[in-house]
Design a protein around this ligand. Structure first.
Ligand code: FE2
Length: 278
């Protein structure tokens, strides 16, 4: 049987690449260290496959077809379409159709209704964290796109339930795969709205406290209440909620948090401590 060997989360944002030259040196060092720390943890867990949870930033879907949740079930996925990611070292990323289809079937059996795609483009939300983690060997990727962009959005409670479902699906997959979950996005940021550029540090710190303590009901209640009052980009914390559910809501270890005005994102890096798989 497959096993869940780790769960991690990191912020993303196009300006982490496009505006990197404007980030102060001390913040560059901390961001780099945060990604590299997660990269070391991920490499130590030796996942064969990574279920990567991120929103789609209009690279695949638009208003005419906008799934709440979509799994990439293809043999391979396209690399990032954004011109500023031309230097990303992979133009194609290998998928794992067997596990991806098993997760989709397990979800449907459990009353969840994801969509699937045989050919996804993995945009900056997927690729910047993978790139900045400095992984020597890229695991196969099963993308899980969670709509965090265009309302109506999946509820926070449902996102946590999705995480539990991922864990169960992994543990019923018949091959002895090592599987990790990597969530990307958040924390607070504001894009294309009146508050563009604002970073809501009190929101970020309360998020981190609740994720650190576990407490899924309190976490979901806080996020449902507070998300409408902060920048629209903070909705990407839904992906973190999926990873939290996958990790059994056991509380994560914060690697680092820093608000970074040059990239207009509250940048956080975290790892859930799971019982060590052999
Ligand atoms: Fe994003």
């Amino acid at each position: 049987m497959a096993s869940l060997v780790g769960a991690w989360a990191a912020s993303h944002g196009p300006l982490l690449v496009r505006n990197w030259h404007e980030v102060p040196a001390d913040q560059k060092d901390r961001i780099t260290a945060g990604f590299r720390d997660l990269g070391r943890r991920l490499s130590a867990a030796r996942p064969d496959v990574l279920i990567e949870v991120s929103p789609d930033h209009w690279a695949n879907f638009f208003l005419d077809n906008l799934p709440a949740v979509c799994f990439g079930v293809g043999e391979e996925h396209e690399g990032p379409p954004e011109p500023f990611l031309k230097a990303f070292p992979h133009r194609e990323l290998r998928g794992h159709p067997g596990l991806a289809m098993h997760v989709a079937r397990s979800a449907l059996d459990a009353g969840f209704e994801p969509s699937i795609s045989h050919r996804l483009k993995l945009d900056h939300g997927f690729c910047i964290p993978l790139w900045r983690m400095g992984l020597e060997r890229l695991p196969r990727i099963v993308p899980m796109i969670v709509n965090s962009i265009e309302p109506p959005l999946p509820s926070l409670r449902r996102c946590i339930e999705w995480g539990s479902l991922l864990k169960k699906a992994i543990e019923t997959y018949p091959e002895p795969l090592r599987v990790g979950v990597l969530a990307t996005g958040g924390l607070s940021h504001s894009i294309g709205e009146r508050t563009m550029g604002d970073i809501d540090e009190p929101f970020d710190r309360e998020c981190i406290r609740l994720f650190s303590e576990g407490a899924p009901a309190e976490l979901a209640a806080f996020l449902e209440m507070r998300l409408p009052l902060t920048g629209n980009g903070a909705h990407e914390v839904r992906n973190w909620a999926v990873a939290h559910g996958a990790a059994g809501c056991r509380g994560f270890r914060l690697v680092d948090y820093l608000p970074v005005p040059a990239v207009i994102v509250g940048c956080a890096f975290a790892a859930w401590e799971l019982p060590q798989a052999a």
